[in-house]
Write a protein that binds this ligand. Structure first.
Ligand code: NAD
Length: 344
């Protein structure tokens, strides 16, 4: 097994996370040679980890020992970096969002096709345990056929960092967390989209969206609500799914939650009316005790290779990529539609 020699472009938050937290898990397959960052300060920190320090992109691309680069720079720089690297004969791993829009992505994909180099986008949240549980629930119909999916992430700290506040760098939450949640949704639901409506929020008063809510109707009838917020001092569950035989909730990344499913018992008493506020309701009363049972969430592991293992197999053995460029493109098409529909 010959490891793929990588250079990392952008040794910021995510570039260093790749080097110190993700790539070491695949050290037989991936070897980090060095880094290039436009910030002298970041270069200095990188040199303390014994990385080779490159002083320009050209220097990286001329280095024949480098087979692949990781792009972990602000979003507006991905396209040019990717195209230059592919043309220089390097394989490319690119952070999400792949580009600012579909047109930019198509330019990259054309060059990847021409050069025959591998181009793969790091949609890492396909391996998040909360998503894997959701996928298990969905595929094995543990709450019957799922017909409503609600996927949310909500914080109270506004938008972090600097470039994430600026339109020209591709800031805003739709191009940030939105990409992850929409990628998960499209990876989960195997159906074309029929309708999309959306609203972006500008509560913090900046030029980029600080959150959004979108309602998506798939051709197979499934409805999805995807919501991202950065001004939520208390939050709604990470996942809420309704199926024909039950409801599931996953509260957070700590994976607490449950499934409440029909018990299937016969001769169940009708629910009794309850006092609700200053009124009475039977409709909103909980089901009688025998009608449902509460179950633990399923265990879940990915049935596909980890990202870098798969990248290695794609480059060395022409394996099928676990993150396909056509899937990444579908997410960008949806994001463009969300921007447009929110404006309308
Ligand atoms: P960051 O600001 O922490 O780091 C970016 C680094 O890139 C900085 O050190 C900056 O000096 C450097 N840089 C900027 N332009 C450059 C250029 N042209 N050439 C070389 N270096 C350059 O940002 P970040 O949080 O690390 O985000 C980087 C990318 O990673 C973004 O696309 C972001 O969306 C993505 N990201 C992905 C995840 C994930 O879970 N997949 C998480 C965080 C960030």
């Amino acid at each position: 097994m010959t490891a793929i020699n990588f250079a990392v472009i952008g040794y910021g938050g995510m570039g260093s996370y790749h080097i110190h937290n993700i790539m070491p898990n695949e050290n037989e397959r991936i070897h980090v040679v060095g880094t290039y960052d436009i910030s002298g300060e970041r270069q200095k920190i990188s040199s303390q980890h014994n990385h080779k320090i490159y002083h320009s992109l050209e220097e990286v691309l001329k280095d024949e020992t480098i087979e692949a680069i990781l792009i972990a720079t602000p979003n507006d720089s991905h396209k040019d970096l990717a195209i230059q690297a592919l043309k220089a004969g390097k394989h490319v791993v690119c952070e999400k969002p792949v580009t600012m829009n579909v047109e930019e992505l198509d330019e990259i994909l054309n060059v990847a096709k021409e050069t025959g180099q591998t181009f793969m986008v790091h949609q890492n949240r396909r391996w998040d345990p909360d998503f894997l549980i959701t996928r298990e629930l969905y595929k094995n119909q543990l709450i019957g056929e799922v017909f409503q999916i609600e996927s949310r992430v909500q914080g109270a700290n506004g938008i972090p960092g600097d470039w994430r506040h600026e339109l020209k760098h591709g800031g805003g939450m739709l191009l940030d967390w939105g990409v992850h949640l929409l990628d998960q949704l499209l990876f989960l639901v195997d159906s074309r989209i029929e309708k999309v409506s959306a609203d972006l929020s500008y509560i913090l008063g900046g030029e980029v969206d600080d959150g959004f809510i979108t309602y998506i109707i798939f051709e197979n009838g499934i409805r999805a609500i995807v919501e991202v917020g950065t001004t939520n001092y208390t939050k709604l569950p990470r996942w809420y799914l309704k199926g024909t035989q039950g409801t599931a909730i996953i509260h957070d990344w700590d994976l607490t939650g449950e499934m409440v499913v029909e018990s299937g018992k016969q001769d169940i008493q009708a629910p009794k009316p309850i006092q609700a506020g200053v009124g009475l309701t039977k409709t909103m009363a909980p089901p009688s005790e025998e009608a449902t049972e509460t179950k633990a969430l399923p265990q879940a592991t990915a049935e596909y290779d980890t990202f870098y293992k798969n990248f290695y197999n794609v480059v060395r053995e022409k394996a099928e990529p676990v993150v396909k460029n056509e899937e990444v493109r579908q997410v960008m098409v949806l994001i463009e539609e969300i921007f447009k529909t929110a404006k309308r």
